[in-house]
Ligand binder design. Structure first.
Ligand SMILES: CC(C)(COP(=O)(O)OP(=O)(O)OC[C@H]1O[C@@H](n2cnc3c(N)ncnc32)[C@H](O)[C@@H]1OP(=O)(O)O)[C@@H](O)C(=O)NCCC(=O)NCCS
Length: 166
């Protein structure tokens, strides 16, 4: 069962199919998906990709969380994920994606923190991983602020990336 989280400003809710359109619009901003590969240029495949990721059966307590303001739940502020890497492997990754209007005020870090604590605390995962393009300065900084440990450089889908773990 995927829990809900609250932080000072935010609420994180398990993602549902009602979030699909907001995710589609967010991903269609080329700045948002600049460092992430996916079917962004093909509307039908893109929708199917989001829906399949939303409906996938992840291990207990894992999945995607939609971020919303506590005071105004109508506003979509992106998502945090905690899922097996590439939705397949035993290794578990944490990730974040926000629409551009939400960047620059600490929302990604604030939202990712309870998910990370849930992963290491409640779920007792031995490790959580994030692999981030070396040019994605904002995302690298989020990983550092969360206290993730830099383990070196790797190639992730051909992208030079920094591998972080808890
Ligand atoms: C990466 C992303 C999630 C960051 O969201 P955010 O809410 O702005 O993140 P935060 O405010 O919590 O932290 C960002 C940090 O990076 C810094 N930063 C952002 N862009 C920067 C840049 N171009 N150069 C230097 N620092 C930068 C910010 O100043 C902040 O650090 P600070 O708190 O020390 O000042 C958001 O930009 C995003 O969704 N990007 C597109 C999707 C993506 O790339 N996801 C990650 C894939 S690995």
């Amino acid at each position: 069962m995927q829990p809900t989280f609250e932080t000072r400003r935010l609420v994180l809710l398990p993602r549902t199919l009602k979030d699909t359109d907001d995710c589609l619009v967010m991903d269609c901003d080329p700045e948002v998906t600049r460092f992430v590969d996916g079917p962004w240029g093909d509307g039908q495949r893109h929708r199917e990709f989001i829906e399949s990721r939303t409906l996938a059966l992840y291990p207990p307590g894992m999945g995607y969380w939609t971020i919303r303001n506590r005071s105004d739940a109508s506003g979509f502020l992106g998502w945090i994920l905690l899922i097996p890497t590439h939705a397949l492997e035993p290794e578990v990754e944490i990730g974040w994606r926000l629409p551009r209007k939400a960047w620059g005020s600490g929302i990604a870090t604030e939202a990712a923190l309870p998910v990370l604590q849930h992963a290491t605390g409640t779920l007792s995962l031995p490790a959580v991983v994030a692999e981030i393009d070396i040019l994605n300065v904002g995302s690298l900084r989020v990983a550092e602020k969360l206290g993730l440990i830099r383990r070196g450089e790797v190639l992730n889908h051909g992208r030079r990336s920094i591998r972080y773990t808890t």
